[in-house]
Write a protein that binds this ligand. Structure first.
Ligand SMILES: N[C@@H](CCC(=O)N[C@@H](CS)C(=O)NCC(=O)O)C(=O)O
Length: 216
């Protein structure tokens, strides 16, 4: 039995949940009572979510967890195709985390006009624009790396976060309207039931996270 620790509002947890759904697994994340507790650190010494427990083994880091599901669970592949397709999927996913996620996380801390530093926003916006152009150049269609893959599981939560934070609040151009390959990817994503439903579920979970952070 798989046990996924974390909360769906996290894009890293969400990536695993979407990959699991694609494989036909209904993996509902369970939030640990205390991420920083000794009990949870015994599962994940870095005290981060997600972590996965399965057959007496603990797996950390969301992309590694997706690969673990791929290796251990039946169902459709989340890394289909040959070596080049799989490398593209992994490359998009890694670049999203390193170059898009990092900038979005920094911009997320600049949402409040009262504490915003315009110089940080300007520098981050420029790096984010470069990163999104890079992602767009890697996306081939109909899904990000051709067939549905890890790349889509990473892209979709980050796109929801962009749409709910830095696009409306900081005026960052919406990549799914300004970039051709990402626009076609978005059409595919919104046209398929699994990803459309996941988009709805993740948007709700992220809204709830935003409300909690605002003290709601
Ligand atoms: N590289 C990690 C990132 C995990 C991560 O940063 N998770 C955040 C939630 S979005 C977390 O656990 N934050 C809690 C904390 O740092 O205290 C992965 O892919 O799993």
């Amino acid at each position: 039995m798989y046990v996924l620790h974390g909360s769906l509002g996290s894009p890293y947890v969400a990536r695993v949940v979407l990959a699991a759904r694609h494989k036909g697994l209904d993996l509902k994340p369970e939030m640990p009572a205390d991420l920083k507790s000794a009990d949870y650190r015994a599962i994940n010494p870095f005290a981060k979510m997600p972590s996965l427990e399965h057959d007496g083994c603990a797996v950390i880091e969301s992309d590694v967890i997706v690969e673990y599901l791929e290796d251990s669970a039946p169902g459709p592949s989340v890394l289909p195709g040959g070596a080049a397709d799989r490398a593209r999927a992994r490359g998009i996913s890694r670049a999203m985390d390193l170059y898009v996620g990092t900038e979005v996380s920094t911009l997320f801390r600049q949402m409040d006009p009262a504490t915003r530093d315009p110089a940080v926003v300007e520098a981050c916006r420029a790096r984010l624009a470069d990163a999104l152009a890079g992602i767009d150049a890697l996306v081939v269609g109909p899904w990000a790396a051709g067939a549905f893959s890890l790349a889509d599981c990473t892209l979709l939560p980050w796109m929801v976060i962009l749409h709910k934070t830095v696009v409306p609040v900081l005026g960052v151009p919406d990549p799914v309207t300004t970039h051709g390959n990402l626009a076609r990817w978005w059409e595919t994503t919104m046209g398929e039931p699994v990803t459309r439903d996941f988009h709805r579920d993740y948007a709700e979970a992220f809204d709830a996270l935003l409300a909690r952070l605002r003290g709601g």
